[in-house]
Design a protein around this ligand. Structure first.
Ligand code: ADP
Ligand code: MG
Length: 344
């Protein structure tokens, strides 16, 4: 059983059908995969499960066609729980949510084995293992659009990492809190006070905070615009759209020196060249560190996509498959879908 996308929860929608997944699964397994019905709980699905033979595979249709899945509904879960003898959870990307299939189903299966699949095992090994018992130096690189998304992560990593590197647009709110001019760069003005507090909180630990000292700036976030390098202050008409060359040097050196390095959030507006250079430089520095024996972990939807789009994912120890879930792990926050399992 699985999710796919975000259907409305009012029944079957062909755009979110697992039919293509069934076909691909059949290819990978080298045996037929039966998707018995458009509804995971109707008579056809129940009959298929009841008559399944040894070695046969049934894929239920998208659980999210039922609103009860998102609600974590206990009765819905109890009906799914009747289908199986063993619960094996491999949906890391949903494990930070308390959907029915993630929590209520394993709860309803108490007494039967409830275990992690290989992917979940790897995600936990790298995301919690690397953070809880890192080889040092331990460096975390954070970036992305909004500091409000990453405050809990900064709080959790402060005191745990040796160096906390912050790039991306989120750095501007920190720089503004420190009294710098940020021009027209993205700043979350409502978060400036909070940013000041978080800088003080990091300062109170042994963690070194490494912020950009220069930026690639332009008058607009568009391809082909004229760019200039300036910083840490940015003049009023310009916006910082990527970290600049001096920052790239400092950040890359920190990453290359790491024995454990965790990265979440691009360094700039990487979708639009030339503002992808900072993100590319961090990617290359992490790959170098990995080749030299470091453990490197990338988490975050956009960051993982950036690395994979470059075709460079294989150079890392682990590229997480979960955006929100990997961020939750970096925050040290609750993972209901993991807590529901009987892990040693
Ligand atoms: P992730 O999904 O990896 O956690 P986020 O969603 O937090 O990452 O942030 C990714 C977005 O941040 C990207 O769309 C990127 O273009 C944007 N971004 C990063 N730096 C800048 C910047 N300096 N100016 C504008 N956008 C930026
Ligand atoms: Mg994102």
């Amino acid at each position: 059983m699985s999710h796919l996308g975000r259907p409305s929860g009012n029944g079957f929608e062909s755009a979110f059908s697992l039919t293509p997944a069934a076909a691909r699964l059949a290819e990978l397994l080298g045996r037929p995969v039966n998707l018995p019905s458009a509804d995971c709980l109707d008579d056809a699905s129940r009959a298929a499960v009841a008559s399944i033979g040894s070695g046969e595979v049934i894929l239920l249709e998208n659980l999210r066609f039922h609103a009860d899945e998102k609600k974590g509904d206990v009765d819905f879960a109890a009906r799914l729980a009747r289908y199986g003898d063993v619960y094996c959870q491999d949906a890391f990307g949903a494990a930070h949510r308390a959907d029915a299939s993630m929590v209520a189903v394993p709860q309803a299966m108490e007494g039967r084995p409830r275990t992690a699949g290989r992917l979940l095992e790897a995600e936990l090994r790298y995301l919690s293992g690397a953070i809880d018992s890192p080889e040092r130096p331990f460096v975390a690189v954070l970036g992305g659009a909004k500091i409000s998304d990453k405050l809990a992560t900064i709080r959790h990593l402060a005191g745990r990492v040796d160096t906390l590197v912050v790039g991306g647009a989120m750095a501007f709110t920190l720089l503004r809190a420190m009294g710098h001019d940020t021009g027209r760069s993205l700043v979350e003005t409502s978060m400036i006070e909070e940013a000041r507090a978080i800088i003080d909180a990091v300062d109170a630990t042994a963690t070194t905070l490494l912020l950009p000292v220069d930026f690639v700036c332009a008058s607009a976030p568009a391809a082909g615009v004229e760019t200039t390098v300036s910083g840490p202050d940015i003049e009023s008409g310009l916006m910082g759209l990527d970290i600049g060359p001096a920052s790239i040097n400092a950040f890359s050196a920190a990453v290359r020196a790491a024995r454990t390095v965790v990265w979440n959030g691009p360094m700039g507006l990487f979708e639009i060249p030339p503002f992808d250079q900072g993100t590319l430089a961090i990617t290359n520095a992490m790959i170098e560190a990995t080749a030299a024996g470091a453990t490197s972990v990338v988490g975050g939807g956009d960051t993982a996509a950036a690395v994979n789009d470059l075709g460079l994912g294989a150079g890392f120890t682990h590229v997480s498959t979960g955006g929100g879930a990997s961020l939750r792990m970096l925050e040290g926050g609750p993972m209901p879908g993991v807590d529901a399992l009987d892990l040693a």
